[in-house]
Design a protein around this ligand. Structure first.
Ligand code: FES
Length: 112
């Protein structure tokens, strides 16, 4: 199966470090799940591959939550409310344009 993106959302972390308001994070997670489903991003026949999404307990950012990490770009968005989830999915995941103003960190994978 081909994968286009993997989205990891720290929405309702056990220690609630990045997102003390669990309801805010839960709403972001529900929105992410709904959008991925409704926009057909889980369809295995989707050109470019499927979009995977998981709820993470902590992504080691621990501020500005909810926090969303997107691979393969290695971009971490902060303050990911349900409204922001929608824009990120439409503009970044589907449109291929990162939203610079909301990026709080960037990672890169070392390939061997
Ligand atoms: S608790 Fe959310 S990134 Fe650590």
């Amino acid at each position: 199966m081909q994968v286009s993106h993997h989205l990891l959302l720290c929405a309702t972390p056990t220690k609630a470090l990045c997102c003390p308001d669990q309801a805010l994070g839960a709403a972001s997670w529900e929105t992410l799940k709904r959008l991925v489903r409704e926009l057909g991003l889980e369809d295995p026949t989707r050109p470019g591959g499927v979009v995977l999404r998981n709820k993470a307990d902590c992504l080691r950012i621990c501020t500005d939550g909810p926090v969303l990490l997107i691979w393969p770009e290695g971009i971490v968005y902060g303050g990911v409310t349900a409204d922001r989830v929608e824009r990120i999915v439409r503009e970044h995941v589907i449109g291929g344009r990162a939203i610079e103003a909301w990026i709080v960190r960037r990672y890169s994978l070392q390939r061997r």
